[in-house]
Write a protein that binds this ligand. Structure first.
Ligand SMILES: Nc1ncnc2c1ncn2[C@@H]1O[C@H](COP(=O)(O)OP(=O)(O)OP(=O)(O)O)[C@@H](O)[C@H]1O
Length: 333
């Protein structure tokens, strides 16, 4: 049982019905997150990273919908849960921090009130009597702020989000996400809009807390340097599909997909944290009118006539998979 992945997504397909046509944002994505691991999800803007994990969280809203796929979390099929059951999973079992802390936090409530709201909704271990319950909520809230490195937690709980700096707000969002000790934290671009030093601190914090609480983390980012430093495994997405996955150390040294090679090639000094992915020449295909061939074809320096058909994921060595015809042919790609 403990060997089973915590999260297992199979054949996920999420579409948006727009006036211009059907946008296929996520097309046949498989994801596995094991207990205690950190999975990095990387790819250019629009590759489907956020939509994949919003789908897992049951947060895709109209005009979007999950068209196909299975989402198993801790042995439960999340797509079969009612809205109420899914709300219980969110926060208690899986928590997600959003790209922008300021919009994710409620400006009208103090930080203490927001933490209390989450605890009231999900923490079944709270005492029944009102006074003891309120005391326990204050205790846990102060503990959570302490955990994310916010000093003077008692007085900080009475402040509103706008009274904190950008980096502090990120920490508060993480504290709220972790308040019920979820088994999985999905951190979507926790670093955008923060300066490099604060980025590093927030990521360090997530790594530390992961070790302390033994939870699994999915880190969605544009930054392969961040993945190299903080993740165990990486999944590379391109135009709504996974194109490569494997242990980080291995993928970085021996990328199998030309797109991953392009991403790596654009970061001359991988050790340099905060280095964003420089776009590879050419454009991501239109998700409304996807080509029937390999989706990377038009940008691929290694393309050939054998790439002009849909390409499946193939085993590419121990724990490795890639979506490239060269891998399919058994070459090193
Ligand atoms: N509400 C929506 N309506 C229509 N299309 C949408 C909507 N939300 C997302 N999409 C489509 O889904 C695609 C994937 O979006 P997603 O946010 O998952 O990308 P991403 O890889 O997370 O990008 P970023 O790194 O910029 O956050 C987008 O390019 C867009 O075409």
């Amino acid at each position: 049982m403990t060997d089973a992945p915590l999260l297992s997504v199979r054949g996920l397909r999420t579409v948006f019905d727009t006036r211009a046509g059907r946008v296929c944002a996520v097309d046949g994505v498989d994801v596995e997150v094991r207990r205690g691991e950190c999975l990095g999800v990387v790819g250019e803007s629009g590759s489907g990273k956020s939509v994949t994990f919003s789908s897992v969280m049951g947060l895709v809203r109209s005009p979007g919908r999950i068209e196909a796929g299975e989402i198993l979390f801790d042995g439960r099929d999340l797509r079969r849960l009612s809205g109420r059951e899914m709300r219980a999973v969110r926060g208690r079992d899986i928590a997600m921090t959003m790209q922008d802390a300021l919009t994710a936090l409620n400006p009208a409530l103090t930080v203490g009130e927001q933490l209390a709201e989450v605890l009231e909704a999900h923490d079944v271990s709270l005492p029944r009597s009102r006074g003891a319950r309120a005391r326990r909520i204050r205790e846990i809230s102060a503990e959570m702020l302490g955990l994310v490195g916010i000093p003077s937690a008692e007085s900080r709980l009475r402040q509103y989000p706008h009274e904190f700096s950008g980096g502090m707000r990120q920490r508060i969002m993480i504290a709220i996400a972790l308040a019920c000790r979820p088994k999985l934290l999905i951190a979507d671009e926790p670093t955008t809009a923060l300066d490099v030093t604060i980025q590093a601190q927030v990521l360090e914090l997530i790594t530390e807390i992961r070790a302390k609480l033994g939870m699994s983390v999915v880190l969605i980012t544009h930054d392969l340097g961040v993945v190299a430093e903080h993740c165990d495994r990486v999944m590379v997405m391109y135009a709504g599909q996974v194109v490569e996955e494997g242990p980080v150390a291995d993928v970085i040294v021996r990328p199998k997909h030309p797109y991953t090679r392009g991403l790596l090639g654009s970061i001359p000094r991988l050790a340099l944290r905060g280095q964003p992915i420089r776009p590879i020449e050419g454009q991501v295909p239109d998700l409304i009118d996807l080509p029937p061939q390999c989706r990377f074809y038009s940008r691929c320096a290694e393309r050939g006539p054998d790439c002009l058909r849909p390409i499946a994921m193939h085993d590419a060595g121990p724990l490795r998979r890639a979506r490239c015809v060269r891998v399919e042919e058994g070459g090193q790609a």
